[in-house]
Design a protein around this ligand. Structure first.
Ligand SMILES: *Cc1c(COP(=O)(O)O)cnc(C)c1O
Length: 378
């Protein structure tokens, strides 16, 4: 089915095509000068010391778990209302995810009170996801982390340039991961970035990103190194220069794209506040954020009702989605018996509305009107 209003639109143009062409013409297409340039741009943009380009955010989260020395016997506190990669990474290193509930339908991020309740002597770290680009309660989370000596990994996939009290998301915890998957705020198809202010972590991430090798092929090709040693069991988590050049072009557009998104959200929030059967999560947020997605939660609802409403919107050409099915309900997590009532309610009753910079006022009005009548007729 093709929708007249899709959920997301790629912000691509001639800039990305030119960037790729230039990189291909340079004859160096794997990890090299474009990755270096992107890393500098990204670190400057976030005001963070180190940015390391990687193959995707999933690999970056895996790396982050290794950098935090998480391993078998350790527990890691995490949300269930997120993409499965935020939690799978804990299992890649042999540790146990301990799911925490969210604050509520008006704040979809991990609840610091749940974190406190679920800390044990085995707890090693907290994985925080900033849903839709809205900051989690970082002051509370960081003070718990300091008190119990826990590492904090930020899954900042949704939040490039999002702010929290003078800081950019992804620069508050020990290490953070960003995604450049097609539908993210910065799109390269596949790709990601690991950021940290910790020099030791950054050095080790560089090694592990490329097989634990002490030099890179670009350095050898340009005569800066002739041989190498392998000092750790590493991986191939590298980004290539073709994708990096797309990301450099995307970064240049990011601020403007997000400013447009903020206008789209402001109109949505104003119109949606007239609908009584709805909760708009993070409606009280005053910070500049990425607005990666536009979630709403139906009040006094069921998943059947939510699915009906989504179908009606679909029939009108409006594409919607659900962020997310709860991870603890997936088959591969069936042994993790846990009850998370707030997460479960949101998973059953959330609808993600279209969100992109070029969404027009008329389209937003149409989406809200359609949602309103779909709800009235339920
Ligand atoms: C997209 C996403 C990921 C995975 O990113 P990839 O780059 O596709 O590996 C992880 N966590 C969250 C919250 C995401 O939205």
């Amino acid at each position: 089915m093709s929708y007249s209003i899709p959920l997301f639109k790629l912000n691509f143009g001639i800039e990305e095509i030119q960037a790729v062409t230039e990189t291909i013409n340079s004859k160096w297409i794997s990890t090299g000068p474009k990755c270096e340039e992107l890393q500098r741009d990204f670190a400057d943009m976030l005001n963070v010391k180190y940015a390391i380009s990687v193959s995707n955010c999933t690999d970056s989260l895996h790396l982050a778990c290794i950098l935090c020395s998480i391993g078998p016997g350790d527990e890691v506190l995490c949300p269930s209302l997120t993409f499965v990669a935020s939690v799978n990474c804990i299992r890649y290193v042999g540790a146990k995810p301990v799911f925490c509930d969210i604050v509520g339908p008006d704040h979809l991020n991990i609840d610091p009170e749940e974190i406190k309740r679920k800390i044990t002597s085995r707890t090693k770290a907290i994985i925080v996801v900033h849903m839709a680009g809205f900051p989690a309660k970082m002051d509370e989370i960081m003070s718990i982390a300091r008190k119990y000596k826990l590492k904090v990994i930020e899954d900042a996939c949704h939040g490039p340039l999002s702010e929290y009290k003078e800081h950019k998301l992804g620069t508050i915890g020990d290490v953070a991961s960003f995604s450049f998957f097609s539908n993210k705020n910065i799109s390269t198809g596949e790709g990601g970035m690991l950021v940290t202010n910790n020099e030791e972590m950054a050095k080790r991430a560089l090694l592990l990103r490329s097989h634990g090798m002490t030099s890179m092929s670009y350095e050898r090709a340009t005569g800066h190194a002739t041989s190498y040693d392998v000092v750790e069991l590493g991986y191939n988590f590298r980004m290539d220069d073709i994708r990096a050049s797309i990301a450099i072009a995307q970064l240049k557009k990011l601020r403007k794209d997000l400013e447009k998104r903020a206008e789209v959200r402001a109109r949505y929030v104003r119109l949606l506040s007239d609908i009584s059967g709805l909760i708009v999560p993070f409606a009280d947020n005053k910070e500049f954020v990425s607005n990666y997605i536009m979630p709403v939660v139906l009040k006094n609802s069921t998943s059947e009702k939510r699915d009906h409403v989504r179908n009606k919107l679909g029939d009108l050409g409006i594409q919607t989605s659900v962020h997310y099915p709860a991870i603890h309900k997936f088959s591969v997590y069936k042994d993790f018996n846990v009850s998370l009532p707030k997460t479960e309610y949101v998973c059953a009753n959330e609808i993600t509305l279209p969100m992109y910079a070029s969404l027009s006022d008329k389209q937003i009005d149409f989406i809200v009107d359609s949602l309103n009548s779909a709800l009235k007729n339920e």
